[in-house]
Design a protein around this ligand. Sequence first.
Ligand SMILES: NC(=O)c1ccc[n+]([C@@H]2O[C@H](COP(=O)([O-])OP(=O)(O)OC[C@H]3O[C@@H](n4cnc5c(N)ncnc54)[C@H](OP(=O)(O)O)[C@@H]3O)[C@@H](O)[C@H]2O)c1
Length: 241
Amino acid sequence: MKKTVLITGIKRIGGYICEYLLSKGYNVSAVYRRSVGYVKDIDSENLFLIKADLSEHSTYREVVDKTWERFGRIDAFIHLASPYYRTPIGEVTEESFYDHFKPIAEAFLFISQYCADYMLENAGDVKGRIIAFGEWAVTNTPYKGYVSYFVSKGALHTAVKVLAKELAPHILVNCIALGPVLRAEGMSEEEWEGLLKRTPLRRKVPLEDIGLLVDYLLKVEGMTGEIIHLDSGRHIAGSGI
Ligand SMILES: NC(=O)c1ccc[n+]([C@@H]2O[C@H](COP(=O)([O-])OP(=O)(O)OC[C@H]3O[C@@H](n4cnc5c(N)ncnc54)[C@H](OP(=O)(O)O)[C@@H]3O)[C@@H](O)[C@H]2O)c1
């Protein structure tokens, strides 16, 4: 029986991962709210699309149960869904805060919890794997103007460690803390180039690197609770570059 991955947030990087997983022979259950942008193989019989707004708590159980009903097993959960827009201090509202926190952190915790019930039905010692997509700057150097985003991504990083302990020994939970991969909407080419120059490697992270690391995390047996920086070295640059 083919392995099944449940993935959220398939507009850009998530869409690339969808394609990658389909090409590797996985069944993919993909949660989108508005866009399926980078997914090309939209008619694949191995792809199951679920429309859901992850700022609504009721969707967390639904997306997991629908995946199970469609494919009859869940082997991995990959969480990318994340808004990214400015919320400077003094202008943070309850609405803009929860617009970040719910899809980024709350969805991750609850979908992981519900997936775990099904993963534990799988055979073998390692029964499931969970991968969160975090952010290089969370650990030590959040930048200004993105309060709701950073508080939510910080909770996501913590949830990875908490769940890694709670779900051991049969489910592995890790996080890929990304640096610059794709220019954010509204960011100028000049800003983007400036950002890349602040990485020691002076270049963006290739999408292919993300595919390789996801592939690794879907196979590795001895790693959990890890926050892996895939960021062209940005987290070690500080302000010295
Ligand atoms: N791009 C980078 O260079 C970079 C750098 C650091 C970290 N990251 C992280 O990597 C991940 C992917 O980045 P990206 O640039 O590909 O993201 P993106 O293009 O900004 O897309 C964001 C995704 O989140 C989904 N989303 C947001 N709110 C949602 C909600 N309430 N319910 C359901 N889905 C929701 C969007 O779905 P819809 O479009 O369907 O609304 C979309 O698929 C994110 O977690 C991001 O924080 C990316």
